[in-house]
Design a protein around this ligand. Structure first.
Ligand SMILES: Nc1ncnc2c1ncn2[C@@H]1O[C@H](COP(=O)(O)OP(=O)(O)O)[C@@H](O)[C@H]1O
Ligand SMILES: O=P(O)(O)OC[C@H](O)CO
Length: 499
């Protein structure tokens, strides 16, 4: 049997999935990595732990599928985006822990640049506002805090990249000829790429003083990136697909036409709307990004609403409040009550991203009475996931006039049937989950498979999409809008809390 391997390196775990030609998952391997919070607002990962976990998850998946490298036509990579790794190419040793997308340590630099230029000064160039979420300020911080960082980066003695580049370089041999490249979707999250020509922007490199010598080449998402090195289980297999995880999910959902969208529920939530071959800019707090570009010339941009805290809110209920012992228990706890009893939970743990973009917001639980119990808090947490998604989808409708008739969903949280019902109720349109909810990995597999002729066309990929489950809205519009207004009251209270 010939298959494709997709590596999905996410915020909480690394997965490897083996897909056959019908886009069915044959086997998976998954390994979680540690989250480091060395100071408030800081989030770090160990790049070597991630690389090791990727190797282990590939080994697990191949063993479970009883396959060897001879059965694998190509490898695709998809990854948590914006997270930055810097390493010494002579040894392959990271010069600092990875700075994760959620990390806000660079807020002072962003504040200074915003004062000087204005928050939206580079939106036409990059699609993005000046924000600590994106890679550029994290790269600047790394080069400032590593011994002789800037000088070594200028000489190419430090390489810098997002997680896809770190994995690609290691997979293709590391110090022995590793390829330093990235794809256009990952590059579009750095604040350093020119959105129109899809190459590093001189203006942005100068603004953040990032040397070109340390950065990867930007390639299309379905490209001949290199072959896996001799030391790997997958040796000689070509790596032919790379996409940032949210773009990969969009591709895996076959949202190939302008107006098609998806919402992925992972550590955070990310809604992407395909806007076609030209970038569309938002008046309502969304960002503009590249959805995909294929070697064949197919190019699509997207509007994106990025929500920082959704699945991680469930982790917080588990790890910090201790009101559940596994993530899955949130559904049972929340279903003990018919509603949140008037409680609104705004999970602005390090500010709010789309559509508010308020770094001064902080988390709030409002409306607590003597009647409130754990179940109400759990229910309010699920409602917060749904309302945050509604805020972003409303912004998309306002920006593009696209009418939402149903919402395609995927990601780790969509196994939660109660959450899916709450989401349908919050939107007033059906929520639809595909049979293969691992659309992130599937998108990377599709990109890799298209490049080697494993799949022939995007039409063929579209025909592989199969509906798995559907939730119809159950509340009337008056009740829905009343609850939504209550949510906004909570959001207003959370703003301006941090200095
Ligand atoms: N049954 C569940 N109900 C609600 N949330 C869940 C459930 N199972 C997992 N989660 C949440 O989903 C997230 C993991 O989703 P995943 O797509 O694997 O994330 P990532 O790609 O960001 O690593 C975790 O934050 C976890 O709290
Ligand atoms: O790893 P995930 O699924 O939480 O996705 C993270 C995003 O790519 C961050 O922008």
């Amino acid at each position: 049997m010939t298959c494709i391997v997709a590596i999905d390196q996410g915020t909480t775990s690394s997965r490897a999935l083996v897909f056959d030609e019908s886009a069915t998952v044959i086997a998976t391997g998954q390994v979680e990595h540690r989250q480091h919070f060395p100071q408030p607002g800081w989030v770090e990962h160990d790049p070597l732990e991630i690389w090791e976990n990727v190797r282990e998850s590939v080994a697990l998946a191949l063993a479970r599928a009883s396959l060897t490298r001879h059965d694998i036509a190509a490898v695709g990579i998809t990854n948590q985006r914006e997270t930055v790794v810097a390493w010494d190419p002579s040894t392959g040793t990271p010069v600092h822990p990875a700075i994760v997308w959620q990390d806000t340590r660079t807020q002072p630099l962003i504040d200074r640049l915003t004062q000087e230029h204005g928050r939206h000064a580079f939106v036409q160039e990059t699609g993005l506002p000046l924000d600590a979420y994106f890679s550029a300020s994290k790269i600047r911080w790394l080069l400032d805090h590593v011994d002789e960082g800037q000088a070594r980066a200028e000489r190419g003695e430090i390489l810098v990249g997002t997680i896809d580049s770190w994995l690609l370089w290691n997979l293709t041999g590391g110090p022995d000829g590793g390829v330093h490249a990235t794809d256009v979707t990952n590059a579009s999250r750095t604040l350093l790429m020119d959105l129109r020509n899809r190459q590093w922007s001189d203006t942005m490199l100068a603004l953040f003083d990032v040397p070109l010598a340390c950065l990867p080449d930007i390639r299309t998402s379905s490209d001949a990136f290199g072959r896996v090195s001799q030391t790997s289980l997958l040796r000689e297999v070509p790596i032919t697909g790379i996409l940032g995880d949210q773009q990969a999910a969009t591709f895996g959902q076959a949202a190939f036409a302008a107006g098609e969208s998806k919402n992925t529920y992972g550590t955070g939530n990310f809604v992407l709307l395909n806007t076609g071959s030209q970038p569309v800019f938002s008046d309502n707090g969304l960002i503009t990004t590249v959805a995909y570009e294929l070697e064949s010339g197919e190019l699509a941009y997207a509007l994106e609403g990025s929500i920082a805290v959704t699945g991680s809110l469930v982790q917080w209920l588990r790890d910090s409040l201790g009101i559940i012992s596994t993530a899955a228990e949130v559904e049972e706890l929340a279903s003990r009550v018919p509603d949140s009893g008037g409680v609104v939970l705004v999970p602005a743990f390090s500010g709010l991203l789309a559509p508010h973009w308020r770094s001064d917001a902080r988390g709030a639980i409002l409306g607590i009475t003597r009647f409130t119990n754990h179940a109400h808090i759990a229910r309010a947490a699920l409602e917060a996931v749904a309302w945050q998604s509604r805020d972003v989808l409303d912004a998309m409708v306002a920006d593009t006039g696209t009418v939402l008739t149903e919402l395609k969903v995927d990601g780790g949280m969509v196994v939660d049937d109660l959450l899916m019902q709450i989401q349908a109720d919050a939107l007033g349109v059906p929520v639809v989950r595909p049979e293969v909810a691992e659309t992130t990995a599937l998108g990377a597999a599709y990109a890799a498979g298209l490049a080697v002729g494993f799949w022939e066309s995007m039409d063929q990929l579209r025909s592989l999409w199969r509906e798995g489950a559907r939730w119809e809205p159950r509340v009337d519009s008056e009740a829905r809008e009343r609850a939504f207004a209550q949510w906004h009251k909570g959001v207003d209270r959370s703003l301006g809390w941090a200095d």
